[in-house]
Design a protein around this ligand. Structure first.
Ligand SMILES: Cc1cc2nc3c(=O)[nH]c(=O)nc-3n(C[C@H](O)[C@H](O)[C@H](O)COP(=O)(O)OP(=O)(O)OC[C@H]3O[C@@H](n4cnc5c(N)ncnc54)[C@H](O)[C@@H]3O)c2cc1C
Length: 501
């Protein structure tokens, strides 16, 4: 670091702390990044900066009843730390697992909590990032410099969820709650509750609350796919019974789950109608004979165009069958004093309305980025494999998978970053950035994700803010773990798409 660098950003009486690698976020991505860095690049100094008061990210932020994963923990867990519980885990179980990773690997000493990052500026003169932020607890400004920035800040705003504006909301005399900002003292015993939404959150919160409410209604505009099943992995149980080592059970069970998931994903593209039928039949079996499955549980889109939630032990369907929960498929016309008036004219009375309507996308932690003094608008950049961005050196973002567990990509990109850092050291390079090759120039920049690939509402709402892709695997996030697991380790770091200095 040059003296100029130290004084350009920091107050006169403080020198920024310097690290080889600066990780933003102590969620499952940031902790995984730290593990890989420590294992594979033990000589690199690093710090994790986290705005919250503890680790966990998503699993710390969300506190609604029943909060749990919707994918299995054999693959949502890291490849290096066996998962020994049932496949679907509660937030608390995930936090316990992460805590073990942190403690076993002494990662805690590298995490600075309550550090909110506001600005990140890269200078090509010094090949250095300067990171500016503020401590949430003291309000004190904080300054760091780093050679490489590893963005593990997730993909949505943690402070508040997305609630659409409906006419008359202010007239409603009950309570409106978003699952992302759940009031710890919310009393729903004996109350009439309406949950707006049909995704994994609604499917979690409804069975968790149903027994205590007078009645709970899932109000959806359109149906979603679910995969009901026992919260148990038969293969893992069998291996455990014959006393196979947990590390082996983890590896074998992951392989089997990933193999089966590939079959389902392939079928979603190649035989979508057959898969659709299969999914809907598995739901029909859990509902009363005369239940209108066509209306309430038959989506109009191809399976896997949006996330499919696993429903452990079919619990939401048990609530419907028992009469404690019901589903209404309709459109909201407006809110009234007593509840919601639907377009059909029906009125739903409610004491509490839960808006399980999703979240707001955050592009790179809403941090103000600049390179050589120029503000970076990520919508003007092109992504290299959904992880690096043209014009932005020495930086990588972990954006995981949606059709497979997010964490699979944490491990894959962990290896990639470490290989890249080692390669830079071998070359004596201090800067790396992705650049379009001759053959890529002139290709039309397209939105981050193709509509027919994956199209949840939060992506649709914010696509204009995200980096662009090109119609080539190198220049997009394909969301295809089964291809990337072989392609990413084989990336030629001396390929023309990397420019070093
Ligand atoms: C309710 C819910 C359930 C989910 N279930 C699954 C599942 O079962 N399987 C699956 O694969 N995926 C699931 N997902 C997607 C999930 O978010 C990811 O799988 C994963 O947890 C994301 O981890 P992350 O560490 O990348 O990001 P996050 O968990 O979002 O963590 C990012 C961290 O970065 C911090 N941060 C952000 N901006 C800043 C800043 N400017 N300065 C400092 N710190 C910052 C945040 O405070 C946070 O702690 C779920 C998402 C939600 C919302």
């Amino acid at each position: 670091m040059t003296a100029h660098q130290a004084t350009a950003y920091a107050p006169a009486d403080s020198m920024p702390e310097h690290f080889d690698v600066l990780i933003v976020g102590a969620g499952i991505s940031g902790v995984g990044a730290a593990y890989h860095l420590q294992q594979q690049c033990p000589d690199k100094s690093f710090v994790i900066l986290e705005t919250l008061e503890d680790f966990g990210g998503t699993w710390l932020t969300h506190k609604y009843p029943g909060i749990r994963s919707d994918s299995d923990l054999f693959t949502f867990g890291y490849r290096f730390k066996p998962w020994t519980g049932p496949p679907i885990a509660t937030a608390e179980e995930i936090l316990t697992y992460m805590n073990e990773v942190i403690e076993e690997n002494e990662i805690d000493q590298h995490i600075r909590y309550q550090h909110h990052i506001e600005r990140a500026s890269f200078s090509r003169d010094d090949n250095l990032w300067t990171i500016e932020g503020r401590r949430n607890d003291t309000g004190e400004p904080v300054y760091f410099t780093a050679n490489f920035l590893w963005m593990c800040q997730g993909y949505y705003k943690h402070a508040e969820g997305y609630t659409p504006e409906w006419e008359g909301m202010e007239d409603f005399e009950g309570q409106i709650v978003h699952p992302q900002t759940w009031p710890e003292d919310l009393d729903y015993k004996g109350k009439r509750v309406v949950v707006i939404g049909s995704g994994a959150t609604a499917a979690t919160v409804i069975p968790a609350m149903a027994a205590d409410c007078e009645h709970i209604t899932m109000l959806q505009r359109s149906p979603t796919y679910f995969i009901p099943g026992r919260n148990e992995n038969e293969l893992a149980e069998q291996l455990r019974e014959i006393e196979v080592d947990e590390a082996w059970i983890h590896e074998i069970t992951r392989k089997k789950i990933l193999h089966d998931q590939k079959l389902v994903t392939d079928a979603s593209f190649k035989q979508p109608d057959d898969l659709k039928k299969l999914l809907i039949e598995s739901v029909r079996q859990l509902l009363p004979d005369d239940y209108d499955v066509e209306k309430h549980f038959t989506p109009s889109y191809r399976p896997w165009q949006q996330r499919i939630a696993f429903v452990p032990d079919g619990d939401i369907f048990a609530g419907i069958t028992a009469g404690k929960a019901s589903v209404v498929t309709d459109h909201i016309d407006h809110f009234t004093k007593r509840g919601i008036r639907l377009k059909s004219g029906e009125e739903l009375d409610a004491d509490i309305i839960i808006t399980a309507t999703g979240f707001n996308l955050s592009v790179l932690g809403d941090i103000d980025f600049s390179v050589d003094g120029e503000h970076v608008d990520f919508a003007d950049t092109i992504t290299y494999r959904g992880m690096m961005f043209t014009g932005v050196p020495n930086m990588l973002w972990i954006f995981g998978y949606f059709r497979a567990s997010w964490t699979l990509r944490v491990d894959l990109l962990g290896d990639f970053v470490c290989r890249l850092l080692q390669h830079m050291d071998e070359k004596g390079a201090q800067r790396v950035e992705p650049v379009l090759r001759k053959e890529d120039e002139g290709l039309e920049p397209l939105p981050w994700m193709a509509d027919d690939n994956f199209n949840p509402n939060y992506l649709q709402r914010s696509m204009h803010l995200l980096p662009k892709r090109l119609d080539k695997p190198e220049w997009q996030h394909t969301q295809d773990y089964w291809v990337e697991k072989d392609e990413i380790p084989a990336i030629d770091l001396d390929g023309e798409e990397f420019k070093y200095d």
